[in-house]
Write a protein that binds this ligand. Structure first.
Ligand code: ATP
Ligand code: ATP
Ligand code: MG
Ligand code: MG
Ligand code: MG
Ligand code: MG
Length: 257
């Protein structure tokens, strides 16, 4: 396109490239999902279909954007980790955030029927997003641990809260009952009042969801000498595991490599 006298306005754009050699974490979060979940009658505190829908969208993200090396999701949020070496859109923050938010939202709307076949969308879901840089893999792990600890704390509180409400307490009463209680006491309420062993709740509720590429070996064919010809394949996998301790990272050293 030929230059025009108006083109100088382009210079008003800020350079928002994120610093090199940093891991990039883009976290998206559903806007007003407290209301969205209530309008669409999500089961409280954890609607499985809604969580599986979020996971399916995250999985689509990893399939579409090779620069995403890991994702962690809980409730209405998902964090996407990009490699420190990523040059995706020259590491421009607004490009990365807007691409992720819009792709995820499109997937959420498109896949809605698959997970909620009997519910029409009554309101448009939308997400906000932000990008944060972490210079070292250790900090990315601490970031993810922070989200997973948050998942645990919220899930434990919410499980107690909703059991109290479902058993007839008002929300205010349930809130007062739980005020100042420690983990141990919440577990006792669950066990003694409701016969629920917290440890036996679904892993997806307790640990949130991790999405990553799992290296698997597959046999492509058997050659003339009857030996299997193998190749390595990266399969996008969803799992609900501890990412606070070293075990997962020791078993998947290539993810934050
Ligand atoms: P904001 O716009 O500031 O993010 P919000 O209403 O989305 O506000 P959040 O702090 O993001 O608030 O919390 C998300 C809310 O969505 C939770 O309080 C929870 O009630 C609801 N929610 C999200 N996912 C689920 C789910 N799978 N099952 C039940 N409720 C859910
Ligand atoms: P980028 O991802 O960099 O934005 P792009 O392929 O979207 O790449 P643009 O410069 O944004 O490229 O141009 C949009 C292209 O989309 C146009 O070249 C045109 O071919 C096509 N397009 C968009 N809207 C229409 C339309 N209403 N009718 C026909 N073609 C359209
Ligand atoms: Mg928020
Ligand atoms: Mg939200
Ligand atoms: Mg949230
Ligand atoms: Mg375009």
């Amino acid at each position: 396109m030929a230059n025009s006298k108006y083109e100088y306005v382009k210079n008003f754009e800020a350079d928002d490239r994120l610093p090199p050699s940093n891991w990039i974490v883009v976290r998206i979060d559903g806007v007003h999902f407290h209301r969205f979940s209530s309008i669409h009658e999500f089961e409280k505190p954890n609607d499985s279909a809604a969580l599986h829908l979020m996971n399916s969208c995250a999985s689509a993200m990893l399939k579409h954007f090779p620069d995403i090396v890991f994702a962690y999701g809980v409730s209405d949020e998902y964090s996407f980790v990009l490699s420190e070496k990523s040059e995706f859109y020259q590491r421009r923050s607004s490009k990365n955030v807007s691409l992720f938010v819009s792709y995820f939202t499109s997937a959420y709307v498109t896949k809605w029927k698959e997970f909620f076949p009997n519910y029409d969308l009554k309101e448009l879901p939308y997400f906000d997003g932000r990008a944060v840089c972490y210079p070292k893999a250790k900090e990315v792990r601490d970031y993810l641990a922070w989200r997973q600890v948050d998942c645990h704390i919220n899930n434990q509180y919410n499980t107690c809260f909703w059991m109290l409400v479902k058993s007839g307490k008002t929300k205010r009463e349930a809130q007062l009952r739980l005020k100042g209680t420690q983990t141990k006491e919440k577990n006792e309420i669950l066990l003694q009042q409701f016969g629920i062993n917290y440890d036996e709740l679904p892993e997806m509720f307790k640990k949130g969801s991790c999405v990553f590429r799992n290296k698997v070996e597959e046999i492509v064919k058997i050659d003339e000498s009857r030996n299997p010809v193998k190749r390595h394949k990266n399969i996008v996998t969803i799992d609900h595991v501890d990412i606070i301790g070293p075990k997962f990272w020791d078993e998947h050293p290539y993810i934050l490599h």
